[in-house]
Design a protein around this ligand. Sequence first.
Ligand SMILES: Cc1cc2nc3c(=O)[nH]c(=O)nc-3n(C[C@H](O)[C@H](O)[C@H](O)COP(=O)(O)OP(=O)(O)OC[C@H]3O[C@@H](n4cnc5c(N)ncnc54)[C@H](O)[C@@H]3O)c2cc1C
Ligand code: FES
Length: 266
Amino acid sequence: MKLIKGEIVSNERIGNNLYKTTIFSPYITKNAVPGQFINIKCCSDNTVDPLLRRPFSIHDVEYDFKVFSIMYEVKGNGTHFLSKLNAADVIDFVGPLGNGININKIENDDFLLIGGGIGIAPLYFFAKVLLAENKNVFFAAGFKDGNFLLFDKMLERLKINYEIYSENGMHGSKGMITDFIKKRIDDFKEYDIYCCGPVEMYKALQNIFCLKNIRAKALFEEIMACGIGVCKGCVMKFKDNQNGYIYKSVCKDGPLFDLSEAVFEQ
Ligand SMILES: Cc1cc2nc3c(=O)[nH]c(=O)nc-3n(C[C@H](O)[C@H](O)[C@H](O)COP(=O)(O)OP(=O)(O)OC[C@H]3O[C@@H](n4cnc5c(N)ncnc54)[C@H](O)[C@@H]3O)c2cc1C
Ligand code: FES
């Protein structure tokens, strides 16, 4: 992990309030693994608002060009600042951060990746890494509407099997991606499963997997401050055999955790 200044190669608007920023960084392209993130200073040098850096998953890495990308939705001041940057601007970030996915420890050949909304961002990088290892990948993605229509083309370029659902039917089939998983779960029983998305998606998946005694990994998000395990601002509750419950920091212990161990407040 290092404090880095990286030049922006491109900053594209790819949907409504949805952006992809590509940054030149030999250090990140060499060292990042899927699931890791960077913490970006989202204001100019002479200002301090927002004071805290903002975390973004590494969404894609192009090793030949030594560039990586983040994909993000504009939510507040920090992401608004990022969306206004141009090619050749320099951003200040720390990374790669977090406990990502160690591809060398993976033995299975079949993978199911389940993304909800912007949760597809880190899973796309993971899919690319798995395909480079000749693994079989099925991508299941769910969206609210048609804002992520470009994602089909991205998956088609990767030549993997995929299924897309949207709540209003404007992208893929109409409905929730969790309903698709529920219907087809027996086909994926032997797969390694990784998911990333909103809490409601995680709660639904926990129920589905619990009934079938299937384990899955999840990439979690929490509002962060330091990003390196010091402030304890990003803790989440998990089941623990010895003490009942344990709190873990998403930035340092995660963001990758066992989905079945997460405790979501009702
Ligand atoms: C490990 C990690 C990886 C992430 N990866 C991505 C990514 O790839 N793409 C992306 O668009 N976003 C990602 N996020 C969320 C992103 O960090 C927030 O959207 C961003 O910090 C909002 O900053 P802001 O200043 O624009 O908005 P703020 O003004 O800070 O907040 C605007 C709204 O967003 C909510 N928000 C702020 N931070 C988070 C957060 N961490 N998680 C959920 N909601 C939040 C706030 O509660 C508020 O409602 C990630 C978060 C984490 C922890
Ligand atoms: S953000 Fe400080 S401990 Fe995670």
